[in-house]
Design a protein around this ligand. Structure first.
Ligand code: ADP
Ligand code: MG
Length: 249
């Protein structure tokens, strides 16, 4: 199935001075199938970034897509209301930028920023399991409570306190989901001692590590489409290879 279908896209920038219109994109056509990597190549200024931003519909001002269509899983993205776009952006489509330093906020810890992203776009596949655990534990607690009220035995009291402990634990797990998921994502992108790392600020990381963190952040929501706009240009050659390997895995 086609995940992304870009058809006849034309984008113009109207400059403030002289009224000249820059045609940044002219008749852009390509498709991305599920499970496929597509590379867009071209010299500097040929419109690679503008294409990426048009798909995400970010950083557009003063540009405007004046023709064509951008379909994500069959749904037209152009002209979609803001709140619907917001759900798709970072929920179903993620982007990694060239310079990880400029994508992260220097005054917040890495943990703060990843956890924020996780809270914004929880993965139902994972949170539903935790919610089901809570409702099962709640039922068991209610049963234990009823039994204890009837029997008033020490044995039933013990069962009740065990059920209460289980319920408490299940709730704790859901509350801790963002933190645990952040730890798991950092491990996934090869960052050691993730608990310690979450407490650190962007300046305490190398460029390669920051880009790993950006990749982790772009994947927290399990997107269907990941757009990478020259994700390795700002990095050393050896680190570039590692990041490409990581993206592939
Ligand atoms: P690439 O990423 O391939 O190096 P870009 O997508 O950044 O190229 O830019 C493509 C063209 O879009 C540029 O040559 C420029 O003319 C135009 N462009 C991009 N942003 C703006 C803007 N804010 N105002 C005017 N023109 C712009
Ligand atoms: Mg670019």
């Amino acid at each position: 199935m086609s995940i992304l279908k870009v058809n006849g896209v034309k984008k113009v920038y109207s400059t403030r001075f002289g009224g000249n219109r820059v045609e940044a994109l002219r008749n852009v056509n390509f498709e991305v199938e599920q499970g496929e990597y597509v590379a867009i190549m071209g010299e500097s200024g040929s419109g690679k970034s503008v294409t990426a931003y048009s798909i995400m519909q970010i950083l557009q001002n003063p540009g405007r897509v004046v023709a064509g269509s951008i379909k994500f899983k069959g749904q037209e993205l152009l002209g979609l209301p803001h709140h619907q776009l917001q759900k798709i952006r970072g929920g179903k489509i993620s982007i990694i930028f060239q310079d990880p330093m400029s994508s992260l906020n220097p005054v917040y810890t890495i943990g703060n920023q990843i956890i924020e992203a996780i809270k914004l776009h929880p993965v139902p596949r994972l949170t539903n399991v935790l919610k089901r655990k809570i409702s099962t534990a709640k039922k068991e607690y209610d049963n234990a409570l009823n039994l204890y009220k009837k029997k008033r035995s020490k044995q039933h009291l013990q069962a009740l306190s065990k059920a209460r402990e289980n319920l408490r634990h299940a709730k704790y797990e859901l509350n801790n989901y963002p933190y645990n998921r952040a730890l798991e994502m950092l491990k996934l992108v090869g960052i050691n001692e993730p608990a310690k790392r979450l407490k650190q600020y962007p300046f305490e990381f190398s460029g390669g590590m920051l880009q790993r963190i950006m990749i982790a952040m772009s994947l927290v929501c399990e997107p269907d489409l990941l757009i990478a706009d020259e994700p390795t240009t700002a990095l050393d050659v050896t680190i570039q290879a590692q990041i490409l390997e990581l993206l592939k895995s």
